[in-house]
Design a protein. Structure first.
Lengths: 454, 454
């Protein structure tokens, strides 16, 4: 019997646990799911004979160590900042470990010890980061093996609502952490590389510099720049690329409307609004507009943001009911971002029958035999329901598959890793196809940003 | 002989030291000017028989204590963060102290001890803060003594270039710390009170929500909101005001043009630009605009900021030569704000014969006998040359006068103080008039922001 410890039974754990339980008989597995709230863990183990739900507080050293000691491999699905204590125990007790989170500096610092002990610490193996790494590296390695030289890499991912549930004017609902959506893009400027030039976009222009993407069968999307495009240059070994850009996918028109919130200051999380608990939505919006004894909040809003009366963007704000004088904020000492999140949750919460969708789009530009070429690769995954979401599927399945591959000694290279090597991505991408997570590639004319070569 | 210790001989110390030296004979004074660089101190003491220039490092305990011990009163003209060690010595050795800086939490914490020992620690007694406090409280106290009730207080200050030296399209030159000008308004939203409603303006709209001010004999100005308007409510005892607003004065048109820098991201100080040392001004501006193999930086700039070809704002940017392909940034690993500052210094540095100007404008709205009234008070001070600037005069003279008043036991109330009481502001404002620092008051119709009372 091999014991797998899964710590955390949040949204992203459903598919992961289902996958492992489905294999428990043939693979001789026992799965222990530990959560601060054992009821959450029990929902996912669902009285399965090969599973146990336990109460596990990662800040309780004893219970954490006992659980780690009893396991053959440890999967942490906790928020990223909680991995490190578990990781240190895994070093101490010689356990392999898997997370879907970005490699933190603390995690990276364990690399030498993990290598010395021959332990695999696989990270960034969810969807983004995760499937993006694997699918990109598969094409990059292939192009380079054929003698091609990468000159352009662009990669976009979005968590969206499935077309059948897409019934609001923003073509958007919260399918993941709403707070991250409200705060997206804040901080330092987005930075990327375009035809050999570093480019910077400050927050207040981020949502006005989108680009369009077409996905066969799903229509048109748009993407705004992520803050971190350049860190992938080293990780992917893209020393010669002239263009390197990563972005977040939304349906067309979302960003232009969202920019209005950013421009007004409604996404700010750095200070609290006075007497927010007594405000209506209308009062909240009005507090960012000049005082007038006569002019309506609506006309001040339109004037400040230069929105024509027949502009389609206007209906998006009315749909959210942000001008309501009767809907109350109720939150005490709330930041603008917290209040906006509350307003958006009224409209953007998934209905019980709603389904989500993950969209990924890569562009690979390369030179081969003196000519320029481009491959576009796209992937769309739809959710089944609100437990077995596309997000849970694309995050959880690669984690679960990596756990089996490590347990079965198919992945053996030790260290603090990302899934960028063939040993990892080849078997996983192949198995993901069995679950409908498939990249469609097509050759397209290479245009880049200087098609006439002037 | 009374010994006055002045620590710091920067820009704002010229008038201060001149004032004290002019009184040294009649008032029996000896002035010691301590600076890290004794050459700077010597320039201001200028071999005067009643003055000594010394090397003083405030982080050297012994030299700091020796200097404090030998003094009857201590004036710290250092940057605000360096006052506290001096202040603690003043407590230890029973010395009164004066600064022109905002009361820090650390300084405030000395209040009880200062009171217990009967020491006067006078702060915020420069121009802004300083003359603004005194001139505002004089009118506020008078209105209240007459039975009036304050309902509106707005206060604006600006450090500008004198009309005779005002010869660029921005009507602006650096007359004080350029870095503070470039970073002005960043951080949390500006917050103020307008007709009983809290209003918030985020940075990216700050320079587009200005208001106009007319000063007799000097024409039209504009002002954008300071971040901190509300903290004056308690200090001034303005419990009933419905409108409370503090702002920074510029010449008309400055803010609309400056907003372009803020919108493009050129004022950001939170990250560094790659390879900044090899960039031309043109490259720098271009790094915030989309790549194009053909379109000029100028047309991309105009398009991104929606600047018509005949808009007067355009000439302001050309005047700064920000599109120059030959002028080089040269700064290594510089933030956008640092690079912008360098570009602006090319154009906005005072010529040797240039003079500066301080403009202050207060509006007091009040109810008396059932009617609404308004008093506007304005003050303009012009500099004499680049040593005896308006800034140095308006900062240094109140500090020097407060030192004499404390030394001569005319100001005796102990504690960590601001100049908001009659004991302080009455004699100082009167004496400031002798030096040409005069407020002109006029009654104007009260309009507020709801003139029709709807």
């Amino acid at each position: 019997m091999r014991n797998i410890l899964v710590i955390g039974s949040g949204k992203s754990a459903s598919y992961l646990i289902k996958y492992l339980l489905d294999k428990s008989e043939t693979e001789n597995l026992h799965i222990t799911v530990g959560d601060l709230n054992v009821v959450n863990a029990s929902k996912l183990t669902n009285n399965h004979k090969s599973a146990t739900a336990i109460t596990l507080d990662v800040f309780n050293k004893k219970s954490r160590e006992d659980a780690v000691k009893a396991a053959d491999i440890v999967i942490s699905m906790l928020p990223a900042r909680f991995h490190i204590e578990v990781a240190k125990d895994c070093i101490t007790y010689n356990k392999n470990m898997i997370t879907a989170s970005y490699v933190s500096d603390e995690m990276q610092a364990l690399d030498a010890e993990a290598k010395k002990k021959g332990l695999v610490f696989m990270n960034e193996i969810g969807v983004d980061p995760g499937i993006d790494h694997m699918s990109a590296m598969q094409v990059i390695d292939r192009i380079e093996a054929e003698g091609g030289k990468l000159i352009l890499f662009e990669s976009f991912t979005g968590g969206l609502v499935a077309p059948e549930s897409d019934n609001n004017l923003w073509n958007y609902k919260f399918t993941w952490n709403p707070r991250n959506v409200v705060l997206a893009g804040q901080g330092s400027a987005a930075k990327f590389l375009q035809e050999g030039t570093y480019k910077y976009i400050p927050y207040n222009r981020l949502f006005r510099r989108t680009e369009f993407l077409e996905v066969d069968g799903f229509g048109r999307f748009e993407a705004y720049a992520n803050r971190d495009s350049l860190k992938y240059q080293d990780i992917y070994g893209l020393d010669n690329v002239k263009t390197l850009y990563r972005g977040t996918i939304r349906r067309v028109g979302f960003s232009r409307a969202w920019n209005v919130f950013a421009a007004l200051g409604l996404t700010d999380d750095s200070y609290t609004i006075d007497e927010s608990e007594h405000m209506s939505y209308r009062d909240f919006v009005n507090s960012f507009l000049p005082y007038s004894p006569t002019d309506s909040v609506e006309i001040k809003f339109r004037h400040a943001l230069k929105i024509d009366q027949d502009d389609v963007v206007w209906d998006k704000f009315e749909e959210l009911d942000i001008f309501s004088p009767t809907k109350m904020v109720t939150l005490e000492k709330a930041t603008p971002a917290q209040i906006l999140q509350k307003i958006l949750l009224d409209s953007w919460t998934l209905d019980p029958t709603d389904k989500d969708m993950i969209v990924m789009y890569h562009k690979f530009g390369y030179e081969l035999n003196g000519k320029k070429h481009q491959i576009d690769a796209t992937m769309v995954t739809l959710g089944e329901d609100q437990t077995y979401t596309a997000m849970a599927k694309t995050v959880g399945l690669p984690v679960a598959m990596a756990a089996m591959a490590i347990l079965n000694k198919k992945i053996t290279t030790p260290g603090v890793l990302r899934p960028i090597n063939k040993e990892v991505y080849l078997p996983l991408l192949e198995e993901l196809e069995d679950y409908g997570i498939v990249f469609k590639e097509k050759k397209v004319p290479y245009l880049g940003y200087n098609p006439l070569n002037v």
